[in-house]
Write a protein that binds this ligand. Structure first.
Ligand code: SF4
Length: 327
């Protein structure tokens, strides 16, 4: 079975943008590939944070992932800082990564522009990401389009390390390929930017239905549809894109016709979307409540995931150190 690796930041409970853009795809892939899914808490500490919050957000993310359908008996689900080989390999990769490559990374430029003082960890973030993937010699990495540049750097690091230390003609690290997520980028409720917790334009995966409706009701739609009698253009409306993600095909078709002919108003349209979302999100909320009620079992799941990940990571590191002349 080809192996996949993917990581997610411990941002607390998932929102529907993470769910539709990444996690739903992981759930579909987890039995087709030997899958490693990692909550990347070492990445989270490259920006300012509160220690107590981070611990809780890491647990909340694990609960969300399991509730969304990640099955720890079908894949390896673990927390990055429980497998110290990640940072050890990242240090090794730092010695073969050119500084210029790191400074050119788009995400570094975006994030560093918002900071008064820039930690070296923010610059070296993609090196740790390369270590995350290559520790497990993953063949494929499920990513969104905005992460392809980082993955290209991981491939470059694998090439450089192989050229320097692996026997000629026999590369040690595979060059991981992107496995692009089938779902389009999910925009926030403001219809302006990608759904993101920091922009406050999200709907939480586990949010109370009353709060979901309170957020959905004023959400931005086709800006040209000012009056109830104006025909709309569903393709430019974020609510229509959410219908495509949550509603059955026949409903999506009905929505498009009603919108184009001004057959209904946007609130009618949102009520139907709310019902479709509830059908998918209710069982997820129920599973999350079950996992939360048995937190000891969650500890066991994460410990077992880390032990399984470490058994592979330690072997990779042993071989790497041997090839590099380290003791
Ligand atoms: Fe968007 Fe639906 Fe309103 Fe059309 S009717 S603009 S799809 S919310």
């Amino acid at each position: 079975m080809p192996r996949i690796f993917s990581g997610i930041q411990p941002s607390g409970e998932l929102h529907i943008g993470n769910y539709l853009g990444a996690v739903k795809n992981w759930v579909a892939l987890q039995r087709k590939y030997e899958s490693f899914f990692c909550i990347v808490d070492y990445h989270a500490i490259t920006l300012p944070y509160e220690p107590a919050d981070l611990r809780q957000r890491t647990r909340d993310m694990a609960i969300s992932l399991i509730a969304a359908g990640i099955d720890p008996s079908a894949c390896t689900l673990f927390v990055q800082s429980m497998v110290p080989e990640h940072t050890e390999l990242a240090w090794i990769f730092n010695t073969v990564t050119p500084l210029g490559e790191l400074e050119r990374q788009t995400q570094f430029k975006e994030k560093s522009g918002r900071q008064e003082s820039i930690a070296a960890g923010l610059l070296n973030y993609p090196v740790l990401q390369a270590a995350d993937i290559l520790l497990y010699k993953a063949d494929l990495v499920p990513v969104g389009e905005d992460q392809v540049q980082h993955l290209e750097l991981s491939r470059e690091i694998a090439r450089r390390w192989n050229a320097r230390f692996a026997p000629e003609g026999s590369p040690y690290f595979p060059e991981p390929k992107p496995l692009l997520a089938p779902t389009r980028r999910i925009m926030g409720l403001d219809g302006q930017a990608k759904m993101s917790k920091s922009l406050g334009n999200t709907i939480g995966l586990l949010e109370d239905p009353k709060d979901v409706w309170e957020k959905l009701r004023p959400a931005v739609t086709d800006p040209k549809r000012v009056r109830r009698t104006d025909p709309g253009t569903p393709e430019i409306c974020n609510i229509y894109h959410l219908h495509q993600a949550f509603s059955p095909a026949a409903t999506v078709e009905h929505v498009a016709v009603q919108c184009r002919t001004a057959g209904w108003g946007c609130i009618d349209c949102k009520k139907v979307l709310f019902e479709s979302m509830e059908a998918e999100l209710r069982p997820i909320r129920e599973r999350a409540a079950e996992v939360r009620a048995h937190e000891n079992e969650l500890d066991e799941i994460l410990a077992a995931g880390a032990a399984r990940a470490r058994s592979i990571a330690a072997e990779t590191l042993r071989e790497v150190k041997h090839m590099m002349g380290l003791t």
